[in-house]
Design a binder for this molecule. Sequence first.
Ligand code: KG4
Ligand code: ZN
Length: 354
Amino acid sequence: MTEPPPTTGPLVLGIETSCDETGIGIVSGSRLLANTVSSSMDDHVRFGGVVPEVASRAHLEAFVPAIREACHEAGIDVSDVDAVAVTSGPGLAGALMVGVAGAKGLAAALGKPLYAVNHLAAHVAVDILDRGRIETPTIALLVSGGHTEILRVGDIVDDVELLGQTIDDAAGEAFDKVARLLGLAYPGGPQISAEAADGDRTAITYPRGLSRPKDDAKGHRYNFSFSGLKTSVARSVESARAGGDDVHVPDVAAGFEEAVVDVLTYKAVRACTDHGIDRMLLGGGVAANARLREVLADRCAEADIDLRIPPIPLCTDNGAMIAALGAEVIRRGHPPAGPDFGADSSLSVDTVFV
Ligand code: KG4
Ligand code: ZN
């Protein structure tokens, strides 16, 4: 365990543009001063998912207004900022590029150092803002529309390891796709969740991807797959319709949600027990899912695991988590990023800062 960071420290402005949220956060050490998020989600609704080119344009338009708004919220002038931090990856290449280019311009204009940090590690580092410190080692389960991972975090800056991830769709993406199939609006997570609340979770049993012993043997012990589940839901809906039956949306939604939640929680708890770690942190937009929170809390309690779930605005993609990780990198005395780093859409999670 590392010593807790001071509650105040350098004023760091964090910039997040890896997907469809332009997030600007301002922290003073471990204290959160502002967290403004401008989402382009409405622009993606008619496509039923995030369109990278549309997201990039939206970042460009939102960038300066979001910085102004965050400074206003924090009660500072942008020239007061001591350092700028930016997500350099992983994420959508074009979207990341807008953030990286904007951050370089801002840091150069202010004459302040620039830190480039990893989006996934930042989802974990955000806990520093919630309780002033991050306790390690911990397992992190990150579930969003863009990614789904299990991480082992020995230390938030020096020791982050990817144990597993989805080999196809992200969990949130699966919610969005199944919602579309059921005629529900985008984003699908909240819609499915609302339908599932009225359904019978045991009426339809959908497959749990990569959960057989032979999947473990193939190196998938902590990996996920949601595309087979999505296909299975599509088949059950089609065959009901072909037989002239009404599709009972609440039961389908409940069966689907149960399958996703079961496999996510089962594998995350297993990662804890396998590694002798008794802490878990949940992050990403799917952390808003009530059933996921409930089942994860139950399974963690059964296994004596201390579960952390930051407040939802800190779980979804945001700039505060980038500022928090940037502040931690600074606190540890690391130098800023060199001038020639770029956006890296597949940045490895063990590269916490560039
Ligand atoms: O982290 P996030 O805000 O950003 C992106 O990934 O872009 O996550 C958004 C994702 C969407 O796929 C959405 O359907 C899902 O999180 N989501 C949920 C719920 N609320 C949002 N999924 C399941 N249940 C929810 N209540
Ligand atoms: Zn994310």
